[in-house]
Write a protein of this length. Structure first.
Length: 231
């Protein structure tokens, strides 16, 4: 609780306003602040070194494109759905921090104090997105596991009832030689019962695959890039 409140205080200082309580709005405000600070950097760099200006302009354009995509995904998304976390995963802040550090080092001899300050401000906004995403990811995992537990209980009882009914009351003579669409009715019944009994396992598999995919994409704590597609 103390760490969460401290982070909220840091974010409030970053945004200069009250931090939204809604996770999707919170992430959107962080992305917008990143956009705003990138625009400041673009204006300050204009008219300076040609190569620096060209690289910063390209960098800022990529931030705008990525930020607009993420903001569109976050609009109307409510926590508990995968859309919020997917949008957070699509904002490749690690690659942006790397590019910013590279430009700071490459043009160290031509940067003015104002330009360095603008780069530091943008780097701070990008770095703040990392722990925000990790916190929301952790909350999503907990939410998803609670949902999974409830849904498995909901489908497990009918699945057990169907399995017990098939074992106790259904045999080869139950439907005689009845046919449906050219297939014995018994085959249809057995297939449907088998599907129902598999529902808890299929539900469990779908949730675990989703959580494992998210966990793999966010293994790195900090601005490290583990996959080429995250650039």
């Amino acid at each position: 609780m103390s760490d969460a409140l401290d982070f909220r205080t840091y974010t409030q200082d970053l945004l200069g306003t009250v931090v939204p309580a809604d996770p999707s709005t919170f992430l959107k405000e962080l992305v917008r602040e990143t956009e705003r600070r990138s625009e400041v950097l673009d204006r300050i760099v204009a008219g300076s070194d040609d190569e620096l200006e060209a690289q910063v302009t390209e960098f800022v354009d990529s931030i705008h494109g990525n930020a607009q995509e993420v903001e569109d995904e976050l609009s109307g998304a409510s926590f508990g759905t995968f859309e919020v976390l997917l949008a957070a995963l699509n904002f490749n802040y690690s690659w942006k921090i790397y590019q910013l550090d590279r430009m700071t080092s490459e043009f160290d001899d031509v940067l003015t104090d104002d330009q360095r300050r603008a780069m530091d401000d943008l780097n701070t906004a990008l770095a703040m997105f990392g722990p925000a995403r990790e916190h929301i990811k952790t909350l999503y995992f907990q939410w998803a596991l609670v949902d999974l537990s409830q849904y498995i209980l909901y489908v497990a009882v009918p699945a057990l009832a169907v399995a017990g009914g098939m074992l106790g009351f259904v045999g080869s003579e139950t439907f005689g030689g009845a046919m449906f669409l050219g297939v014995p009715v018994l085959t249809w019944v057995v297939g449907a019962a088998f599907t129902v009994t598999l529902l808890p396992f299929l539900l469990f598999t779908s949730y675990i695959l989703r959580i494992a995919t998210v966990a793999k994409r966010t293994l790195a704590i900090g601005p490290l890039i583990l996959r080429e597609s995250q650039r």
